[in-house]
Design a protein around this ligand. Sequence first.
Ligand code: AMP
Ligand code: MG
Length: 347
Amino acid sequence: MVTKHLNVTTENIETAAQILQEGGLVAFPTETVYGLGANAFDAIAVGKVYAAKGRPSDNPMIVHIAEKEDLQKLTPMITPLMDLLMEHFWPGPLTMVVNKAPGIPDVTTGGLDTVGVRLPSNQTARDLIRKSTCPIAAPSANVSGRPSPTKAKHVVEDLDGRIDAILMGEDCQVGIESTVVDVSGDNVVLLRPGIITQQELQQAVRGLGKKVEMDPALFINRPRDVSKGQLLEVETEDFKPKAPGMKYKHYAPKAEMIIISGEMGKVKAEIEKLQSENELNGKKVGVIIFAETELQRAAHDFFAKLRELDGQGVDLILAGALDDSDGIGFAVMNRMMKSAGYNVIKL
Ligand code: AMP
Ligand code: MG
């Protein structure tokens, strides 16, 4: 299949919308990461998304809409809690998991009776969804397991020849995927951390007397302490994440990756030491250290950095841990831990 590379023009957005209406696959920019879209109500089209990505079929898609009113097509009842969250955070990087309307095919929701819905703020994304006149199921536009795509060229690397078209838009502003919250029950449960933090959500829903709880699975990091060349598996109680996608190996660079955590000065010294030791042994080493105070920048750069280091053919990536007591730091560390296969040196 020849994948059309479309610059963002009104005409090309119309072409892309037509492809979606006809059951094709189009990758497009959003403010979080690039998405790979299909008509959410077309089971065959959605099936093609799983195939193009190599995505496990029990991992549900997020359904993207262009207007708040479109939520009514996807869920039987809009509660005051949903209304409030929409008011505060849409358009934007928040996905709400809600009870699903009967017409949504099972393949779109990985067989669940809930559906994740998001109204993106990116103008190209909204224009495309509006013109296609259907809700768009769109996971991240990467091959499953690879770092999420934050630039059009990342989508080309992973999916060229496997999908109908790519809208070659701007780099993504946020750089990590949306915050996912389950609002199908009484309280809000945070299933996947993102740039919209627990604290912000809590602030927003306080008026309704609601709590924002964390899915316990978010705290299972299965760290392996990498010391003296030995991996020590730390046993932890197992929880099944409520967002099925959170259980898979994710975001992995081709290189081996180790996170070094502790006080920043010591972390930098340890990374320098490990770098020179490994280089002496003939390894090509890449380093990721973000400024402690620039967590939004870390979110913005993280996936792109992994792909850049892979492109340089490094054998080993050494990454400094971020402060995860901050909500954005927590969201980036959630990805970083998965990328590193939970390999950590704690200083
Ligand atoms: P991605 O599209 O790659 O950003 O992945 C979407 C994420 O949202 C995955 O972690 C899914 O498991 C999660 N998700 C989507 N729909 C639901 C749902 N109905 N219930 C729980 N998690 C969901
Ligand atoms: Mg993904």
